[in-house]
Design a binder for this molecule. Structure first.
Ligand SMILES: Cc1ncc(COP(=O)(O)O)c(C=O)c1O
Ligand SMILES: Nc1c(O)cccc1C(=O)C[C@H](N)C(=O)O
Length: 425
């Protein structure tokens, strides 16, 4: 943690610039302020959980009504052709490619993130025969570790997880594939994609990046970093809705050799020839397995229109402005309440979330939700707040921290109701 960054936010706080009026001035100069209208959010809610389930884009309901009431109810099976259902995985993939620094023919939408990770891990191992290790990181999102361990068991290689700051040193010529999440789901810390990919390639390893907390939250440059493979969620910062399908990226140079293990008919070169042997489709299409979840795809496609004409550098600048403001306000208003900061102060190392620590974190998050400020809790002590730059304002950040201060001052978290854990959070 650099002392420069601490001094910066303390100076901000001490200069007494941090008033609601100042936040409103920042909002008045925000080039993305109008994007808020592209979302439907309930009145009285400040939504800081877009890193788990994105808010609903206003374009989605009409698209879903059309898909259900016209294309399905009236068009029936004809809609696979007439309504362009069939090419939706490629079409939506090409739109996501623009957000992650890939070309349109390198990204496809299919299945869940977990399933795409499985397919790419097996494919990567097949490209590095003789190597015995899948390298991962401690503290990754559990599904990434579970899937890597499952693939290791299936293929007979070892899965080795190391601390994030030991990844570079752990790369050696036994590593077939390195699998990392670009922005950590708990801390919000960002890896240096270019440097890690370069080092992995020096030892002959491939890299799979999980972009679940990157895509739509901040720009990333897969091709400029010479990335091999990536996966990411459709339902977080891309706002595709609950269970919206995920995406997979395969760099053009790897596509011809890629052999993924779930050889379903939609990944076949000629699915409607109904032949009895499997021939993979050319290009990214071979990542497909079975029939795509069309309703989730349509929802995701409509949701992506919220990014139309959005300059990703402006998105990044606003995201950092929101997260820096949140940190500065927590420093200013919540000292003495027992909070720690689990996210880097250095903006260059931060995704689009801020995580605080507190021993009563679960109950505090429940008390905040009851007051309309929706974040989430990750055990053992993390209060997680996601800042989706398209629909949040600086005034929202002010109001959220003011509510948190009130919850702490009044100890309104200290009730049996808020302290009792729920199953899904
Ligand atoms: C980093 C990361 N990877 C993967 C997933 C899981 O993705 P899916 O539910 O699409 O399998 C999540 C969250 O659910 C996540 O945070
Ligand atoms: N996918 C989720 C779900 O089905 C229910 C509750 C939460 C989720 C999430 O996405 C969690 C999320 N990946 C996280 O970063 O914690």
């Amino acid at each position: 943690m650099s002392s420069n960054h601490r001094t910066e936010s303390q100076a901000l706080a001490q200069a007494d610039l941090l008033s609601r009026e100042h936040c409103l001035q920042l909002d008045a100069q925000d080039p993305l302020a109008a994007c808020r209208e592209r979302f439907t959010l309930p009145a009285g809610v400040i939504y800081l959980d877009g890193n788990s389930l994105g808010a609903m884009p206003a374009a989605v309901p009409a698209r879903m009504r059309q898909a259900i009431e016209q294309e399905w109810a009236v068009g029936l099976i004809r809609s696979w052709n007439d309504a362009d259902w069939y090419p939706a995985p490629q079409r939506v993939g090409a739109r996501i490619a623009e957000l992650i620094g890939a070309s349109g023919s390198e990204v496809i939408v299919a299945d869940s993130t977990s399933v795409n990770l499985f397919k790419l891990l097996v494919a990567a191992l097949r490209m590095r025969p003789g190597r015995q290790t899948i390298l991962g990181e401690n503290g990754n999102f559990p599904t990434d570790a579970y899937v890597a361990a499952g693939v290791a068991e299936l293929t007979g290689v070892q899965h080795r997880a190391v601390a994030p700051d030991e990844v570079l040193a752990a790369l050696n010529e036994d590593v077939a594939v390195l699998t990392l999440t670009h922005v950590n789901y708990k801390s919000g810390q960002v890896y240096d994609m270019a440097a890690i990919t370069r080092r992995a390639h020096e030892v002959g390893a491939l890299v799979i990046w999980d972009l679940a907390h990157t895509a739509g939250a901040m720009p990333c440059e897969l091709n400029a970093c010479e990335a091999d493979f990536a996966v990411g969620c459709g339902y977080k910062y891309l706002n595709g809705g609950p269970g919206a399908p995920s995406f997979a990226f395969v760099a053009t140079r790897h596509q011809a050799a890629l052999r993924q293990p779930i050889t379903g008919w939609h990944g076949h070169a000629t699915p409607f020839a109904f032949g009895q042997t499997y021939t993979p489709a050319p290009g990214i299409d071979r990542m497909l397995v079975g029939t795509a979840p069309q309703m989730g795809l349509f929802s995701l496609e409509a949701a992506l229109s919220a990014f139309d004409d959005v300059d990703l550098q402006q998105l990044r600048a606003k995201s950092l402005s929101l997260t820096s403001l949140f940190i500065a306000l927590v420093d200013q208003q919540l000292s003495g309440h027992g909070f720690g900061l689990a996210t880097p102060r250095n903006p260059a190392l931060r995704g689009s979330q801020v995580s605080l620590t507190h021993e009563q974190g679960y109950a505090i998050v429940q008390a905040l939700i009851a007051r309309g400020v929706i974040g989430d809790f990750r055990a053992p002590d993390i209060l997680r707040f996601g800042f989706a730059a398209l629909y949040l304002s600086h005034a929202d950040v002010w109001d959220a921290v003011t509510t948190l201060k009130d919850v702490m001052d009044r100890r309104s978290w200290a009730t049996p109701e808020f302290m009792a854990r729920k199953a899904v959070t």
